[in-house]
Structure formats: C-alpha cells, structure tokens
Design a protein around this ligand. Structure first.
Ligand SMILES: [Zn+2]
Length: 683
C-alpha cells in the first residue's frame, strides 16, 4: 500500500523474538530455569510478584548472580589508543585513526565538572587529534565540534595556531566565511607564542595562513551558509513543538470504546496530521547498520561522538545527549549494560528495562500502585503510566514465564546498579518489570530510516529500502490504530529521528473519516470488487450525480436525468482530457527518472486533482498516479536522510540548491546574528 511503504515490520509471533538471541547466554539461563522449575511453572506464573521472587530466588545456581561493571577510565590505556590513532593518522588512514581516538577518549580520565582543570590536558589533546582525523575524512562540522571540545578542556596554548588554522579551513569548506576569518585571525595571533622556535619558521607559517585568507579578498561578500536541520514535521494548523493529533483531526468516540478519527477541517496534501513520540526508544542492537553510528539516547546519527560520563563503553551524539541520558536512565544502566550484551538481550528486553529506569526510583511505588487503576497520574508520570497501561491481552503461559524470568534477571541487575536500594522496594520494581516485558512484547515498533538512492531512475518500480535504526514504544499509537484504520490509509508514515509522523497525501473533506493505517481485511474486501468502469461526475459542480460507463464507451454526451440539474456532460471531451492526463503522468515519471523529485511531485499532484474533478474513485489509473505521488513524498524525506549522511561535511544538511542567497544587512541585527544566519558584510 502506498501509505505503508514504511511499515512496522512483521513482528513474528515468537514471544522471544527481539527479546534475546537464540543460543545466547540468556537463552541457556532461560531454558535451565524452565527445566529446574518443572511443574512449579504454573505456580510461578500465577503467583504474585513477592511469590515469584521467592520461587526464582530459591533456584540454586539459577544464573541470576550478576555483577556491576566499573568505569573503563584508565590513562595508560587511553594513551595506548591515542598512539595507535597517531600511527593510523601518519598512514593517512583517517577512518581508523578516528576510531582509535574515540576509544582513547572513552578511556581517558577527565574532570567534567571543571573542564579547565590542568589534569584534563591529555583529554583535550586527544580531542584535538581526533579533529585532525575528521578534517582528513572531510567531516568538517564534526571536526569543528572536536576542536571546540579540545579548547573547552584546555588545549595547550602553544598549539592553538594549528587548531585554529584547522578550524578556519573547516569553516571555509562549510562556506562559513565569517567564522573562518575569525578562526584564521586567531591562528595568526597565536603563532607568536607557539612551539615553533625559529622566527623564520613562524613567518613561513604566517604566510601560509595569510594565503588561505586570500579567499576573503575574492569573495565580494562574506556570509555564513545557512544550514537546515530536519524535514518539516510541524503539525497542520499547529505550533512547531506540538505533538499528538493535529487540530484538524478529532476523535469521535461512542463512549463504548469504539469510534473513528474524523477531519475537523478540510485536509490538504502534505499536511502533518499526527506526530507522536515514544515513551522509550533504544538503538538497534540486533542487526542493521546502526551500531556505533546512531546515538543510543537521541537516535540521531553521530558524527563526533562523546564518551559516557560514568565510564561505560556507551558513546553519545554530543554532550547534551550524554548529560540528559546521565540525568535519567543512564545513571542506573551504565554499570549493567555489559551484562545485557553478554547475555544476548535484545531490543524488547532493553525497552522493558528502560521503561522502568526512566522512572525515578522514588516514584516507583506510586506508578506500581496506579497502573492497574483508572486513577489520573501526576503530569510528569503521565507518559510512563500510559505506557504501562497499554493492553496486553491473550498472554500465553510461555509469555508469562518469559516475563517472570527476564523480569527477575533485570531486577537482579537493578539491585546492583543502585536503582533498587532496599529489599522491600524489590516487589514494586519487579511488578513493573514484568509488566514492561509484556508491553514491550506487544507494542514495540521499528524506527526506520529510508535508504534513498541519489539516482532516481526506476524508483517507481523499485521497492523503497529501509533500515531499522532503533525500536520504540509509542503509547499513543494503540489508540491511533484502533480508531484510525480503514481500507486505505490516507497518509505516509515516516520518522523524524524517533518521532513518528503521519503526512497526508490526499485531500480529505471536513467530517470524513481519516485513516492513518490500512486495515488489511477491509482492503482485501475492497479489492475483491473489480471494476472496468469509469464513473464520470456530472459536469455540474453543484450536482452529486455520476455516470458509470465502460472505458471504451460510445457515449458522447450524457444529459443529467435529475430535474434540478439536466446539464449535458461531454463524455468525449472528458475522455480526451483523460488522455492528456495520462501523457502528463508519463512526463512526471520522466522528470522523476531525471531526478527532479519536486517537479515530478507537482505534476502528479495536478494530475490527481484534475482526475478527481472529472471522475469518482476508485479508478485504476488514478491509483497509479497516486502511488507515484506518494513515492515522491517518500523520496523527499529519504533524500534528506541521504544528504545527512553523504553531505555530512556540513554535519547537518545545507541548502544545496541556492547556497549563496545573501540577505540585505540589517544594522541593528548584525551583532545578534548567529552562525546559521547569512550576513552580508560591506567591504
Ligand atoms: Zn447533474
């Protein structure tokens, strides 16, 4: 289905899928526990949390003895990795050098609370070295990030001239000329107090920098290239930060747990109708290309990762992501992450754990108490409670058993990680963990990235390739699906990082139902009614009448039989127009083959509109145009993803179409402008 080119994947019915790897340590632990339990499985499954703890705790040598892992910080190791990085750098193998420097950063002890601490010198030098590797591979935005980190942690003054020269070079590559000039001027100023001994060598260096600066004499105007971030996910009729349903939609409920989503206003193509956040999301650990490239916190692509604050092996997109993670779940997970990996625990198990660690331990009793009631939670607990309350119907005994055993294993981990601090607190945490495992088994969605080829030739026939970069649990998704499923979805579903967005590809009249999902059963019923008819609308715009005719009809003109209408509709003329639309469709396809996605999109959209004016759906030919139109919408989003990877010299996506759009200077604003704005400087 067009709208569902991106699906949530066919999650299999095997309850262990995405919970643990086959033949893993946990698989062994699980089957051993099952064997030892023997006939008491029933007792375990039906028991209360406290009883379960008793039964599983009594299994001698049950494999539940877990250890917390300490920090990997170790200066000697850090220096070893740094030296390996230097070696690779000298061989011009920048990619490998980058990897070693990253490991050096992970191991290097650092005082994060006082970045200027002289003890941070090694740490700052490794950042500086990694920035050189990033410069080497052409990742200029990431290079600048690393240079700024080096400076933040006290990079030695006598090397500033080199660092700032590199920074200037990176800014020039990013067409950020103002920042480039500033950096190169700083480089010049620091040659005098550098480690370059001879005055002659210093002069040579200065000359080289000045030579680089001649680019500023050539450019009539200096500006900073504007850098764009994401594809637009603002809701129709909404504010930039709003989430959930657009105000153009509303739930129509009958009070008996049934209902539908309807348009509260007319909906146009390409409007974002819903955007939902996961309560919890984890990076793909079971396969795919995400490993080490996607931030485990933000699920953004990482170009210049920073190491974990606590000394685990985790790396994050930037300091902000690292610190936010450290403030919440990560302070309880960092020391046990390694256990999850050695046990072979996969995404659903990690989601279940995170569902709990995202809750402040002091809130656990409150959450445990209300998840089985109708009680309205405090605002800050709302999303957590909503997620724990997601329905988990038809649980098999196998699933119950798995939830009990896995929950117990996770509980043991949380006891050593500092999350559970008293034996009495165990029961509530365990109860939440069991529920979390069941919710994760029922409600996990894949988070997909689109792999869009730059060459669009044949894209209409090709299947869109996607990659799971992570998995998440979206508490609002259940209700959206329940109320918003119909024979054919009206939207494409895509991801803005971990936010799931639904974008319309069809006009929908006010008060009509809106389908965000395709109900396969209803779709196959609709498909079972083949039709070789074209249903022409009456030529009178105000008349609702229509005339179903064979495609090879001999009718020329039809007079509307309705008394209040009686208008003549010229069928021949309509058929001629349809021939023209078919030609337009072909030319749209040609444009798409040539790679002009936005022109193709506009052509398809116009064709659909014209067609809709003349005939009633369903009509096969119209459906293919709509499929093509949907494809262009996905192409646009996929191209953004691709540019983010390919064009990551910019770190973020730059507007490649009109890069030198220089604004008129505004004297009052000039000083306020930041990097991402374009400023014209009068020479
Ligand atoms: Zn009529």
């Amino acid at each position: 289905m067009p709208g569902e080119l991106l699906t949530n994947g066919n999650m299999s019915t095997d309850p262990t899928e995405l919970v643990f790897k086959k033949d893993s340590e946990f698989a062994k632990l699980y089957s051993a526990a099952k064997k030892k339990l023997g006939t008491s499985v029933k007792k375990l499954v039906q028991g209360s949390a406290a009883e379960k703890i008793k039964i599983l705790g009594a299994l001698s040598d049950g494999g539940f003895d877990v250890k917390a892992h300490g920090s990997i910080k170790d200066e000697a190791k850090a220096l070893e990795f740094k030296e390996m990085g230097n070696q690779k750098f000298r061989e011009n193998n920048y990619g490998e050098a980058f990897k070693f420097y990253t490991q050096a950063l992970q191991h290097c002890p650092v005082n994060l609370d006082n970045p200027g601490d002289p003890a941070n010198k090694q740490y700052s030098i490794i950042w500086g070295n990694r920035s050189a590797a990033l410069d080497g591979v052409g990742l200029y935005s990431a290079c600048i990030h690393d240079i700024e980190m080096a400076l933040k942690f006290g990079y030695p003054r006598e090397f500033w001239y080199k660092l700032y020269k590199r920074k200037g070079h990176a800014h020039i590559k990013m067409k950020q000329y103002l920042l480039a000039r500033e950096a190169l001027e700083t480089s010049l100023k620091n040659v005098g107090r550098s480690d370059i001994k001879k005055e002659k060598d210093r002069d040579n260096y200065r000359m080289r920098v000045r030579k680089q600066m001649t680019i500023f004499n050539v450019a009539k105007t200096l500006y900073n290239l504007e850098v764009y971030e994401k594809f637009d996910s603002v809701l129709a009729d909404g504010q930039p930060e709003d989430r959930g349903l657009s105000s153009k939609l509303k739930y129509e409920e009958d009070g008996k747990d049934h209902g539908q989503i309807v348009a509260d206003k007319e909906i146009y193509q390409e409007e974002n109708l819903a955007a939902i956040d996961p309560y919890v999301a984890v990076v793909n650990v079971s396969g795919g290309r995400a490993g080490g490239k996607i931030c485990p916190y933000s699920l953004e692509k990482m170009f210049s990762p920073v190491p974990c604050r606590f000394g685990s092996e985790e790396i994050f997109e930037n300091e902000k992501a690292r610190d936010e993670a450290a403030e919440s779940y990560h302070k309880y997970e960092w020391s046990i992450l390694k256990n999850l990996t050695t046990q072979g625990l996969q995404e659903k198990a990690r989601l279940a754990l995170r569902m709990v660690t995202l809750i402040d331990p002091k809130d656990v009793p409150a959450v445990a108490k209300i998840i089985n009631s109708q009680e309205v939670p405090e605002d800050r607990l709302k999303m957590a409670v909503e997620t724990f309350r997601l329905p988990v119907d038809n649980i098999s005994e196998e699933e119950e058993l798995l939830a009990s055993v896995l929950g117990y294993y996770l509980l043991k981990n949380l006891c050593i990680s500092g999350y559970v601090t008293s034996p009495a607190g165990q029961t509530d945490v365990y109860q939440l963990l069991i529920r979390a495992v069941l919710v994760a088994m029922r409600h996990t969605s894949g988070i997909q990235l689109i792999n869009m080829p730059a060459d669009k030739k044949g894209i209409l026939e090709a299947e869109i390739q996607t990659d799971f970069c992570g998995y998440g649990i979206y508490p609002q998704l259940f209700k959206l699906k329940k109320y918003g499923s119909g024979e054919n979805s009206h939207v494409i579903q895509w991801f803005s990082t971990k936010k799931m967005v639904f974008t319309s590809y069809r006009k929908i009249e006010k008060d009509s139902p809106v389908f965000l999902f395709t109900d396969d059963k209803k779709l196959s019923e609709a498909k079972a009614k083949p039709s070789d008819l074209i249903t022409f609308r009456c030529g009178n715009d105000l008349c609702q009448n229509s005339f179903p005719l064979k495609e090879n009809t001999k009718e020329k003109v039809i007079t509307c039989p309705l008394d209040e209408c009686g208008l003549k509709t010229n069928i021949w003329d309509r058929l001629r127009q349809i021939q023209k639309l078919k030609k337009d469709f072909v030319s749209g396809k040609e444009q798409l083959d040539k790679g002009d996605v936005s022109l193709a999109k506009d052509i398809f959209k116009d064709v659909i509109e014209e067609w809709d004016r003349m005939i009633l759906r369903p009509y096969r030919e119209l459906m293919s145009v709509e499929d093509a139109y949907v494809k262009t919408l996905i192409c646009e989003r996929g191209d953004r993803e691709r540019l983010l990877v390919e064009g990551n010299q910019m770190g973020k996506i730059a507007n490649t179409k009109k890069p030198v759009n220089v604004m008129e200077p505004n004297p009052e604003e000039t000083e306020e402008k930041t990097i991402s704005k374009m400023i014209e400087i009068k020479k």
